[in-house]
Unconditional design. Sequence first.
Length: 269
Amino acid sequence: MSVVMKKNFWNEKHTAVITGASAGIGAEFARQLFEAGHRVILCGRDENALRALSDELCGAPYIIADLSRVSGCRALFEKACEYVPDIFINNAGFGIFDKFSESSLEREIELINTDVRAVHILFKLFLGYFEKNGSGYILNTASIAGFMPGPMMSGYYASKAYVIRQTQAVWAECLLSRSPVRVSVLCPGPVQTGFNERAGITGTIKGITAKECVSYTLEKMKSFSPVIIPSVTAKAVVVGSKLTPALLAALACYVVQKTKKRIGSEKQA
Ligand SMILES: NC(=O)c1ccc[n+]([C@@H]2O[C@H](COP(=O)([O-])OP(=O)(O)OC[C@H]3O[C@@H](n4cnc5c(N)ncnc54)[C@H](OP(=O)(O)O)[C@@H]3O)[C@@H](O)[C@H]2O)c1
């Protein structure tokens, strides 16, 4: 590939496909990209939520797909390409809060399939498509969780480490092969969404709003920042994790996780 990324990419209007757009961070990406004049294609499983957001965004198209299935990923990609997108926000994901020896294997496989396999498949398919079309931007959503071991959420933290490392590697491939595509990874700390409820926990740090997370991220995307960490506290945690031996970080994380409560239980986790 001998074409470089267009410098004026952000001066143009684009078509953005957003997974996890039925809620939280993904829905906020849809709102802010739409407000900035871009066309948005909403993806998720919750049809009512997608329809409501579509109504709010002047009938934005939506695609229903279960990304825990390979067939769902392929179907989403095929339908999304009908809109000739040039931005892909690879954002859908969820967490599981439980001790590894006691958690549901079935649910963990669903997490791996959604947070790792689907992110990988869609990253690859959209990268190939954008390179062929001569332009594009991909943002993968990871988390600061990906910088450290995470007792009580071991699969989730490990899944986000995969997303960070793969995005960084592909970022270098794109840059040095003069690809017309840029990739970034978003690594938020806690954000106020339905994420914790879905993971079955309460008593967590409040975090920034989805609006703050997304407006910061979109600004950083304009300068093609490879790793985007949208808050001072989150940045401090990442720096701390780099300075702390992994096993010590795991012990410290375990202590913090034990202060959280499972939803429906008065006991600490
Ligand atoms: N909130 C935080 O504190 C935080 C911090 C760091 C990173 N993150 C990451 O940010 C991303 C978005 O999370 P959020 O905070 O916005 O959580 P959220 O409000 O629970 O939204 C999660 C989104 O993922 C979609 N999703 C989950 N499983 C799916 C599946 N099998 N197929 C298709 N879509 C699926 C959901 O769609 P449906 O409901 O329609 O299925 C929903 O739109 C996730 O990758 C998460 O790991 C969140």
